[in-house]
Design a protein around this ligand. Sequence first.
Ligand code: DHB
Ligand code: FE
Length: 279
Amino acid sequence: MARIVGGITTSHVPAIGGAIARKLQTDPYWKPFFDGFIPVRQWLAEVKPDVAVVFYNDHGLNFFLDKMPTFAVGAAPEYRNADEGWGIPTLAPLAGHPAFSWHVIESLVDDEFDPVSCQEMLVDHAVSLPMALLWPDQKCPVRVIPVCINTVQAPLPSARRCYKLGEAVARAVQSWPGNEKVVMIGTGGLSHQLDGERAGFINKPFDLAFMRSLIDEPTWSTQFSTHELVEKAGTQGIELLMWLATRAALPGAVAQLHTNYHLPISNTATGLMLMEASV
Ligand code: DHB
Ligand code: FE
C-alpha cells in the first residue's frame, strides 16, 4: 500500500525562476522567501518520498481557452517544461509514473470524478518552480503525478469540489498496491491579483486565517463561493484551491511542521506550509 507522508504547499511566482538563474537566493529581497524552504528540504531528505502528487493550475502552457478541463491528471512518462514567455530558463523534464497515474485516474472515475487523462503534458512554472525550490540541485528524485485544476477560465470548480477531489486522490493513492511513499504538493496563491482595478491586491489577514484553517479546521474555506474567495484573495488568489485540495489529500489530522509567509514577491503574498500526515 502506498503511504501518504505529508503535504507541502507553496506559491509559484515566475520571478522565482529568474532569481534562481541569477543566484539571488541570499539577496535581501529574496532571502526571506528562499530561507523558508530550508526546513522543508531537510524534511524531504529525511522522509525521502518516492512520488509527488502535484496539485497545480496551468496558466496557458498546456491547456488554452479553447479546451479547458476542470480537472486533468498526467499519465505521461515525463513532463517537460517549456518557454511561457516570462524570460526564465526552461527547467529539466520531470519523471512520471504512468502506472500509478492510471490507477489514480481509474480510481477517480470510479469515485465519480471525471478528469481528462493526459499522456502528454507540458508543465509550466506552477510545477517546475516548486520542484526547483524543493530540490535545488535540480535533480528531482521523485516521480510526479500532476493534477491540474482549472483556475483560468470560468466556470471554476468550487472550493467544496476541490476539497472532495483531494479526498478522492487520497483514496486513490491509498489503494495503490505499490509501497511508494507519496508527498502531496500544492502550488499557487496566496492572495494576489495581477490585473484589473485591484491589481496588486493582497490580503494578509485572510491568507493567515486560511493557512491556520488548513491545520485547525480544514473545511473552513469550503463555506465560500468562488466569487467570495476572489473577493477575499484576488483574481489569481483563487489558486489557493490547490492548497485546499492538497490538505484534503492528507487523511486525518495533520501536524504543521513548518510555515513561512512573506510579502510581496512580485505581486504575490508568498506562503509555504509543511504538514505531516498522521494516518
Ligand atoms: C505572478 C504570480 C502567479 O501565481 C503567476 O502564475 C504569475 C505571476 C506574480 O505575482 O508575478
Ligand atoms: Fe499562478
